[in-house]
Design a protein around this ligand. Structure first.
Ligand SMILES: Cc1cc2nc3c(=O)[nH]c(=O)nc-3n(C[C@H](O)[C@H](O)[C@H](O)COP(=O)(O)OP(=O)(O)OC[C@H]3O[C@@H](n4cnc5c(N)ncnc54)[C@H](O)[C@@H]3O)c2cc1C
Length: 517
């Protein structure tokens, strides 16, 4: 028997789930499968950026996510070597999402990927859709035998003889970095520079006297992170290497530790470092402070590298890819412990952007499919999914490569941070050093407000369109930073009707919000 559905989504990671949630809410029939028997159990992505928080709030799922009590990072602290072998000392801080961005949620929420996936799964179930597990895609073909459902798909249950035949209007690969659909379509990944650094990442509960890691006692675990006090992200540069410290939910802390670099004499990009070696390195870096682990939830070791798919679609009509299937910011090839499948391949960003980018890939494709299927627009608008999102991924990869290098080779010195903050605050045009520039860009990128689409059928521009056809848009009004192709300027405005200060993003509902569906 063959079943007809609107869309088959392969992969229930962040990109597949957001696409499924959007389309299921609009009433489309969605078949979403995943070859794992459960959502991500531990580790992986953990940082939800300010722009994504706004998006998730407008989707109506932020409350469910915050029920997991994520850590909130408003500030980054810098630690550098002190003179005469005295270990490290704190040399500066900066806002993780500076005031000039005026974000509605000016912080990063830290929560492990599995909890984020579960929130979307719960929402999907409310709309009558469940993730079919453990199922995989065996084969597919756009044979056009049924013009309404042109894609024929064969699904198979993992480690079973059970198969299903489905016809769909759309097929989407949200399979992550090793997308089988991408491979079958012969779409190549274009890789950027060779891998130049190897990092270890470890999630766990620690005991330490390092002042920027706040360890809660058991009694305070039910308090929200904000009740508890500050939670800092730290970048630590020492004579023994570099660490990034990221607070997590449930009293955990994540440590990213550089374990090898192409400048090492014995450089090996496939170097595997054990959990114990990474812990020993962390202890040396944090001296004169001590650190001990009560529990390690997840550990992985990965080289940094970037890749992007040459295309995001077979034909811009029926078969599409998104998320890590299209862009990876580095690859994890080995984990030494807990809950990690050796078949996993990840994107791992020093800039913490893979999942956040995946959300917006899905949202971009979802509303376009809806416009086509609801008869509001012609199928040709689907072409803009690739042109808009691929360019964002390219920018992100360029940025990520620079950012990763910055963290891997040399962490910023305090005086540079102070310089960056000053330049940012004054918004002047003084010449900037490379770090200041990267810092400023990183604020926009890492907050998620740096996404800017090029002129196209949706985005008018003075350069790209003839003024005579667009009399209403002869030019951008002076004194405004509002631009087509960008999110509305994040800003707090005064509501004319009652003089209430309100964030602009709150004044319009996303068409995806539960209440509007
Ligand atoms: C240590 C680490 C830290 C990270 N931190 C951050 C962060 O702070 N912020 C951030 O934004 N990103 C972060 N990332 C990156 C983030 O995890 C990925 O970018 C994100 O998960 C991509 O989502 P996705 O849905 O495209 O792919 P995935 O999350 O990889 O999901 C793919 C899904 O498809 C399934 N699948 C694969 N093949 C098949 C198949 N043939 N059939 C059926 N199912 C299949 C898999 O089981 C999986 O569930 C981090 C990654 C790592 C490793």
């Amino acid at each position: 028997m063959v079943t007809n559905v609107d869309i088959v989504i392969v992969g229930a990671g962040p990109v597949g789930l957001v696409l499924a949630v959007c389309l299921a809410r609009w009433g489309y029939s969605v078949k979403i499968i995943d070859n794992r028997s459960e959502p991500t159990p531990t580790g992986r992505a953990d940082g939800i950026q300010p722009r994504s928080l706004e998006f998730l709030r407008n989707m109506g799922v932020k409350g469910d996510l915050f029920a997991f009590k994520p850590a909130r990072v408003y500030e980054v602290a810098f630690w550098d070597p002190q003179a005469a072998g005295k270990g490290i000392g704190r040399t500066g801080t900066w806002a993780s999402c500076p005031k000039f961005i005026d974000a509605r949620y000016p912080f990063t929420a830290l929560l492990h990927q599995g909890l984020i996936e579960r929130t979307f799964i719960k929402d999907l179930e409310k709309n009558g859709t469940t993730v079919q597990r453990p199922w995989s895609i065996a084969d597919f073909e756009k044979d056009g035998k049924d013009p309404q459902y042109p894609v024929s798909i064969r699904l198979e249950k993992v480690e079973s003889d059970e198969v299903e035949h489905v016809r769909a209007k759309y097929l989407f690969s949200g399979e992550g970095a090793r997308s089988s659909i991408r491979q079958k379509l012969g779409i190549q990944m274009q890789h950027k520079d060779p891998i130049a650094h190897v990092w270890g990442v470890m999630d766990g509960v620690v005991r330490t006297d390092f002042p920027d890691i706040k360890v809660r006692d058991q009694d305070s675990l039910n308090e929200s992170a904000t009740d508890f006090g500050f939670q800092m992200k730290c970048t630590i540069h020492s004579d023994h290497g570099s660490i990034m410290v990221i607070p997590r939910e449930a009293n955990m802390v994540r440590l990213y530790i550089q374990v090898a670099s192409s400048t090492d004499k014995d450089w090996n990009p496939r170097k595997i470092v054990s959990q114990e070696e990474v812990q020993a390195t962390a202890k040396k870096i944090l001296a004169p402070y001590y650190i001990e682990w009560d529990r390690i939830e997840w550990y992985s070791c990965y080289p940094i590298g970037q890749g992007i798919a040459e295309r995001y679609s077979l034909d811009h009509e029926n078969i599409f890819l998104g998320g890590d299937a299209c862009h990876t910011h580095s690859v994890s090839y080995k984990s030494s412990t807990i809950d990690f499948s050796s078949t996993d391949t990840f994107s791992q960003p020093k800039a913490g952007q893979g999942m956040n980018t995946a959300f917006l890939d899905a949202q971009n494709l979802a509303w376009k499919i809806h416009h086509v299927e609801a008869g509001f627009a012609s199928k040709s608008i689907l072409r803009t999914y690739e042109s808009e999102r691929k360019r964002i991924a390219e920018n992100l990869l360029d940025f990520d490569a620079r950012y990763a290098k910055l963290f891997s080779t040399r962490l910023p010195a305090a005086e540079e941070v102070a310089g960056a903050a000053k330049v940012t605050a004054e918004r002047n045009d003084e010449p900037e050093n490379e770090f200041v520039k990267t810092f400023k860009e990183s604020c926009e990128f890492t907050s998620g407000y740096g996404v800017a689409y090029q002129p196209n059928i949706f985005n008018w521009s003075p350069e790209g369109h003839s003024a005579s056809k667009n009399q209403v848009f002869l030019r951008y009004p002076e004194q405004t930073a509002l631009r087509t192709g960008r999110v509305l300027i994040p800003s707090t405005v005064t509501r004319v009707t009652d003089a209430n200060p309100t964030h602009l993003g709150k004044s319009y509902s996303a068409s995806l919000a539960r209440t509007n569906c």
